[in-house]
Design a protein around this ligand. Structure first.
Ligand code: GLU
Length: 293
């Protein structure tokens, strides 16, 4: 029976193929959704063309498929959502809840690193300008389903942050919140590298008067040098032709090692076992874990 109350999602950026770190986010969000008999959506976050690698979106979807991680409904591509992002920005500009800012990164760095809100009352034109949102009620903590209260940097929390960049690209925080609302997402499950921006996202929910989501941040996979596995530091793509060992390693990483008698079992059996035995209390209580995979 499907629980229509729970909607989860995996939202990769197509800046490269899936690596072990992104498999953790895919699998963790999938298991949490399916253990709740909920829906699991996939959204391709392709709002940053300069960082995109040609063919990465398709490669990611193929890998999910090969790993038996079948999503519900159609994939949402963020590049199709520009009108919605722009409409929200214009609504806020009109009501004085957002404003143009022409400060450069260097100016902000030289004045201490946190933007002061100096352009709020300058009535600048849109030429060569970013758009910032007015933050009236800074979010200095949020509750994470696994980690409890997560305190956030208060200077960062009160900053009027960018929702549209000077180069015309929409900012991640705006797009992710508008899309999660549009798709009816009820719980965001993702890597612990996204704990910091969560406060900004919660403040956008407040501004929009939208029902907040709950958050579960999964431990982050680190390589032996203690660096995050990421496309930027060339984490190897996972092997589509042998999904079993990667799924077993990802389950173990998430605190759910498969019993010996199931090792080497077909993917649907491994995933079925994962769904049945999924307990967030078993997730490592830390936000970072070194992995040898
Ligand atoms: N697109 C983001 C990434 O690949 C994840 C966004 C999210 O899960 O909120 O890092």
């Amino acid at each position: 029976m499907t629980n229509t109350q729970y909607i989860g999602r995996f939202a990769p950026s197509p800046s490269g193929p899936l690596h072990f770190g992104s498999l953790i986010a895919a699998l963790g969000s999938y298991l949490q959704a399916r253990a709740h008999h909920g829906q699991w959506l996939v959204r391709i976050e392709d709002i940053d063309p300069p960082r995109e690698i040609a063919g990465a979106s398709d490669a990611i979807l193929k890998t999910l498929d090969a790993f038996g991680l079948h999503w519900d409904g159609d994939v949402l591509y963020q590049h199709t959502r520009s009108d919605a992002y722009q409409a929200q920005i214009e609504a806020w500009l009109k009501t004085g809840q957002a404003y143009y800012c022409q400060c450069t990164r260097k100016q902000i760095k030289d004045s201490g690193g946190v933007y002061s809100g100096i352009c709020r009352h300058r009535a600048l034109s849109s030429v060569e300008a970013a758009v910032r949102v007015c933050i009236e009620h800074p979010i200095t903590e949020f509750v994470d389903v696994r980690h409890g209260i997560m305190p956030l940097d208060s200077a960062m929390a009160s900053e009027d942050f960018i929702i549209k960049r000077r180069d015309g690209l929409f900012a991640y925080n705006l797009a992710v919140v508008l899309d999660d609302i549009e798709q009816g997402v009820t719980e965001v499950v993702r890597g612990a590298d996204l704990i910091e921006p969560t406060g900004r996202q919660v403040s956008l929910y407040q501004k929009l008067g939208a029902e907040p989501v709950s958050y579960l941040h999964l431990p982050l996979a680190l390589n032996a040098d203690g660096n995050k596995l990421s496309k930027q530091n060339h984490a190897p793509a996972i092997n589509n032709t042998r999904p079993g060992p990667a799924i077993e390693a990802a389950l173990a990483f998430l605190g759910h090692p498969v019993p010996i008698e199931l090792q080497g079992a077909p993917i649907p059996t491994l995933l079925g076992w994962g769904i049945e035995n999924w307990q967030i209390e078993k997730l490592p209580a830390v936000t970072e874990v070194i992995t040898a995979f």
